[in-house]
Each structure stands twice: as C-alpha cells, then as structure tokens.
Ligand binder design. Sequence first.
Ligand code: ZN
Length: 210
Amino acid sequence: MLKVHTIPVTPFMQNCTVLECTETKQAVVCDCGDAQPILDFVAQRDLNVVAVWATHGHLDHIGGTEALIAQLNIPFYFPRGDDFLRTTLPEQARNYGFPAVKVPAVDTNIDKVKELCFGNVTIEVRNCPGHTPGHVVFYNADAGIVIAGDVMFNGSIGRTDFPRGSFPQLEQSIQQQMYSLPPATVVHCGHGPTTTIGHEAKTNPFVKAK
Ligand SMILES: [Zn+2]
C-alpha cells in the first residue's frame, strides 16, 4: 500500500513528499529541496529509499537532490524538458540567497515515461507543462493521490511568469491531466495544504473545469 508523507523544506516551505510502500518499506523521495530533513525522516522510519523523482526543475524542488543521492547512492529521475533549470541551479541558489548547491546528474529522463515502479507500487507519470515546460505529476489510482508539484494549489495555480512559463499551457494541463482524474483524488501540492480534484474543479478561481 502506498502512504504519502509530507515534509515542508526550504524557506519556500516546499512540500517534499516521501512515498512509502508499506509492505516492502521501500520509498521514493519526490522533490528533494533539502536533504537533511529527509535523511532524518527516512532514518527515523527505517525506510529504504530507492530513488529521487522530481516534478520540475525549480531550486526549491531539487536543491537538496545532489546531497541526497550522493549520501544514499540512489538514482535521480528528472524530466529533461526542465534541464535549463537544473543546469542553472547554482545561479538560482545565488539569486534566492540559498546555500551553494551542486547540479544533480540525471539517471533517467522521465519526459516520456508513462509509469514508474518501486516496492509494490506503480505510479503514473503525467506531463503537465505550463509552470515549467517539463513539469510532470505523479498519480496513483489505488491510493487516490496525485503529487502535483507547482501545477496547482488549494485555491490557486502555479505561477506562469517565470522563464518559459505559459498560462494557456498550464490551463490545458489542468483541464486535461488533472480534472480528468476522479473527483475524490487527493492533490498533494508543492506548497500549502492538500486539496481534491473535485473541490478545485468546482471552485478554483483561475481554472474551472469545463
Ligand atoms: Zn516551481
């Protein structure tokens, strides 16, 4: 069974999520913005972390990745459509006053990957460009959850004023890739509280379901 743990990290309070397969104790870290809080958490729960996955390339979502994959000797899965962000990570860190970070090498490009597995869990990868061109979300129908990164938030949507952001693209991603999920699906957002697909489809002030 899949269990989702949320650990807010960085001054941006980015919701890093640890996906746990409760039967095997294998785990995947999604959007590792900072390594130490995650290392502490997985040690405490005695989880066997097998990979780091990223929804997109912004600093607060991948800034801790290099430290985590080096420490645990695990692979990094990343959508290469956001490589222009990954490769400029040190500049992003300088601009936002973050401690220096290293660029994490990519082991698997998930731009065109449809499914990822760990433990007894299978996760569907959905392309949701708009906030960034390479942005993906991670969906699991059995648990009824989606890891949404910065595609949408409770009562809001991701910013599209960053380099290579696009509101029309984001709107289309939300309509086609998010609002097509079952209404009861719990949305784990990159920042702030969770919400559900049904709630946002009805009430989101920026993108209402058609
Ligand atoms: Zn972002």
